[in-house]
Design a binder for this molecule. Structure first.
Ligand SMILES: Nc1ncnc2c1ncn2[C@@H]1O[C@H](COP(=O)(O)OP(=O)(O)OP(=O)(O)O)[C@@H](O)[C@H]1O
Ligand SMILES: [Mg+2]
Length: 263
């Protein structure tokens, strides 16, 4: 469960100047629900995920994860709740460590009962899991991650995010760097992981078709605010063309038929 109550994020630009990126933003996502987060470049989508993960501090408001108030907690202390894949393919893995060592680090973040039994057994288990990514990485477990392509690193990061058994999954354009076939595989894995572990997921994407298909709810951001929140019948009747119209509308174009969808 994610509950954001009137959060505000501002960046200090120096010289007494500030840029308020998230403005009085509230959002509630139930346990097991997946929400697609869409919005134009600079709308504040990544900042929203950073605020939840604790990477950026909030100036005001409260953040609850699974009923706990995590607002005062630093990023490392929220890691027991949060698994994430960031927009930057280099951000989620340590390039100068092997795939296996990266996976072991992620695994140790999880609860005790998932502790590694013996190194050979762990390596076999990881080979099986990595094979599910469908990218042939199971034969490269002892190579350094820096040798992988950006897309392969993103897929590995997704697997690492799941290994620590989080309850909240934050994915920031995690398939954008993948070729269409791999994006399909990783998208399908994402769906499977979310269902299998009953995760609460926020998935940022610029792919409108994917935004509609992967989630029962679509939230649109603009200039640091949530300006549309579509679920139920409203979301079911929405299509890609409708979402594109909403984008144009927030940029000032007149599309009267969708006006009522904006909050
Ligand atoms: N560390 C920072 N310092 C100053 N400004 C920042 C910082 N991080 C983000 N911003 C600003 O906050 C705004 C929102 O950025 P953010 O990265 O959240 O957008 P986004 O919706 O994820 O965009 P995109 O679709 O391009 O990834 C932008 O104007 C950006 O320049
Ligand atoms: Mg972003």
């Amino acid at each position: 469960m994610i509950r954001l109550h009137n959060i505000e994020v501002s960046f200090d630009l120096g010289g007494g100047q500030e840029h308020t990126v998230l403005k009085n933003l509230s959002l509630e996502v139930e346990r097991g629900q997946t929400v697609s987060v869409i919005g134009s470049n600079g709308a504040g989508k990544s900042t929203l995920l950073n605020a939840i993960a604790g990477t950026v501090p909030v100036r005001a408001g409260k953040i609850f994860l699974d009923d706990s108030d995590v607002t005062p907690l630093p990023e490392w202390a929220r890691a027991m709740y949060v698994g994430r894949v960031r927009q930057d393919p280099l951000a989620g893995t340590a390039g100068d460590m092997t795939l296996l060592d990266n996976l072991a680090l992620a695994y140790r973040k999880g609860p005790r009962r998932f502790r590694i039994a013996t190194p050979p057994k762990f390596a076999r288990e990881m080979a099986d899991k990595v094979a599910e990514l469908g990218m042939g990485l199971e034969d490269r477990l002892r190579e350094n991650v820096s040798r992988l392509s950006g897309g392969q690193r993103q897929a590995l990061t997704l697997l690492m995010a799941i290994l620590s058994r989080p309850s909240v999954l934050l994915l920031d354009e995690h398939t954008a760097a993948l070729d269409p076939a791999n994006a399909e595989i990783v998208g399908e894995l994402t769906r499977r992981f979310i269902a299998e572990f009953n995760l609460t997921a926020l998935i940022v994407t610029h792919d409108m078709k994917r935004a509609l298909e992967q989630a029962g709810r679509v939230v649109m951001m603009h200039e640091g605010e949530i300006i549309a929140d579509l679920s139920g019948a409203e979301k079911e009747k929405m299509d890609v063309a409708g979402l594109v119209r909403l984008f144009k509308k927030v940029r000032g174009a007149e599309y009267a038929e969708d006006r009522d969808l904006l909050i």
